[in-house]
Design a protein around this ligand. Structure first.
Ligand code: PLP
Length: 396
């Protein structure tokens, strides 16, 4: 008899955005003449920039040319793109990385969940609360979560690190020491970015405890304040404890094209059951060459076009446009009397709701009264209750 992975039965409800989508669709069906302003789902709305499109067209032509056609590419990604990442995203900020520490993939979503293949199921996991739901769900599927406790809306074996108004959305170091720590900065959904000292505190903690940090900086390109680090490797010693995930999705509008990368420094080690040191970089290379066949050549050529003077200017223009939206949304809700967070180093605005108002209740009211769809904070974790996320991507 075929047995399923029972961990799937341990997942809670449907995926947050499917529920939001359904509610919007029902509203649209009932009010065909009302236009809904969709500030819910974090998808981009501006098209790819011209340079990227032109480069992809050229790559397409090559694929139809008998002398230039390319089949399977390197699983880790083409060097032309990895070299650009090393130069433009890291060297320019004083961080030295080797090209073999960069792994191109088809999305940070896949990488932040696939990376778990490398780690023992008994590792203790800590996540920010609220946060991008994929970290939690992929650990549920992987069997690290323990059972779900309806009483407190938490899994028994996960360390939840509240990131709330009281701690300025910066999680405190947990009392119980985790093996795996997910940090998302700039944060989805709170829009908060960790400062150097805060990041250093985490790096030191991970070093002291031989833990690993999964640092998701999918929104790095949206940082506007000068004192906010763009990479965890700006902190001394971070290469020994952190994997960094980045994506072209929000940076360059690749949500539908699919391209991202993960940085695994050679200094980063894990331990086998026997206590031997193992290079995580090597393990990930092995994992990728076994389960992944690389990102399309055309896509990688498009991504490389971001790292040209003109391409960079174009993506920065789009980002500035979204951040202008963020400012408008922020001001609008401040005027309405809300406490508003985020929207300065991230494309997300995080509203604190009036005492006693549930985030789903606010979702329904805002949709009904103003035709604005956002995302209920509780969908990102129990500490998101009483908050509401608005995305700056929705207006074009
Ligand atoms: N990480 C965070 C924090 C996100 O918010 C998202 C998308 O919303 C992703 C990763 C997914 O990125 P990708 O499109 O590269 O899979």
């Amino acid at each position: 008899m075929i047995k399923i992975n029972d961990n799937f039965l341990n997942l809670q409800e449907g995926y947050l955005f499917s529920i939001v989508n359904k509610k919007i669709k029902d509203f649209e069906d009932q009010h065909p003449n009302k236009k809904v302003i969709k500030l819910g789902i974090g998808d981009v709305t501006l098209p790819l920039c011209k340079n990227v499109v032109e480069e992809m067209k050229k790559a397409c032509d090559e694929m139809g040319d008998i002398n230039k056609f390319k089949g399977y590419g390197p699983e880790q990604g083409y060097e032309f793109l990895r070299n650009k990442i090393v130069e433009w995203d890291y060297k320019s900020r004083g961080i030295e990385l080797d090209v073999n520490e960069i792994f191109i993939s088809d999305g940070a979503k896949c990488d932040v969940s696939n990376i778990l293949d490398l780690f023992d199921t008994n590792n203790k996991v800590a996540i920010q609360d609220p946060v991008y739901p994929v970290y939690l769900d992929s650990n549920v599927i992987g069997g690290r979560s323990g059972n779900y406790n309806k009483g407190n809306d938490k899994y028994n074996n996960i360390i939840y690190m509240p990131s709330i108004e009281e701690n300025e959305f910066v999680p405190d170091l947990p009392k119980e020491v985790p093996d795996i720590i997910y940090l998302c900065s700039p944060n989805n959904p709170t829009g908060t970015a960790l400062k150097y000292e805060e990041l250093k505190k985490w790096v030191d903690y991970a070093k002291e405890n031989k833990s690993i940090i999964f640092y998701d900086s999918a929104y790095e390109a949206f940082i506007t304040q000068k004192d906010i680090p763009h990479s965890i490797y700006e902190v001394d010693g971070a290469k020994e404890v952190a994997i960094e995930f980045r994506s072209f999705s929000k940076t360059a509008g690749f949500t539908g094209v699919r391209c991202a990368y993960t940085v695994i420094p050679k200094e980063l080690i894990g331990y086998s059951k026997k206590g031997e040191k193992v290079l995580i970089n090597k393990l990930w290379g092995r994992r990728q060459s076994t389960k992944f066949n690389g990102v399309s050549y055309i896509t990688q050529r498009g991504a490389a076009a971001v790292y040209t003077e003109e391409g960079y200017k174009q993506i920065k223009r789009n980002i500035a446009f979204y951040m202008e939206n963020a400012k408008t949304i922020r001001e609008r809700f401040i005027e309405k009397g809300y406490k508003v967070y985020g929207g300065i180093n991230a494309p997300y605005i995080w509203l604190k709701l009036p005492e006693g108002k549930s985030s789903w209740q606010f979702f329904d009211e805002l949709l009904e009264e103003e035709g604005i769809a956002g995302t209920p904070g509780v969908g990102f974790g129990p500490s998101g209750e009483g908050y509401f996320r608005l995305s700056a991507f929705g207006i074009k």
